[in-house]
Design a protein around this ligand. Sequence first.
Ligand code: FES
Length: 156
Amino acid sequence: MPGRLEPESVPRRDFLGLAGLWSAGLAILGSIAGMARLPKPRVLPETSSQFRIGRATDFAPGTVRVIGEQNVRVIGTNEGVAAMSLVCTHLGCIVSEEGGGFGCPCHGSKFDVAGNVVGGPAPAPLKWLDVSASADGSLVVDKGRSVAPGTYFKLA
Ligand code: FES
């Protein structure tokens, strides 16, 4: 016989019924939580490798512009416009202009003005990047597409 402080025992049938109700309740709550999360995208949008650099008229021959946030150097020449990555091909540090070419502050690689390796551990030249014109006439650099060194986007 249970005392005053002891809880009443729950018959087995009632216990199974309560467990079923609790399970159903948890399943319904889980479903509602799942539906509430549906409007949120589960993947983050990938940043584009393309970016605008301005109009063709901004890159008259002799123009040199470093786009710092993209680590890209854009030049205008009589042959057209070209873009070169400033990311060192050794381990990815950012090179800076030095001595008529580029130098890497991390391990001392040296590149000439065309991005060719002239010293240090870098295994490959700096990448030249694709330049194209968008529909509105802006020039677009694509950091995801390399082109052969010496490739210029011809201005009309
Ligand atoms: S990262 Fe440029 S030389 Fe190592």
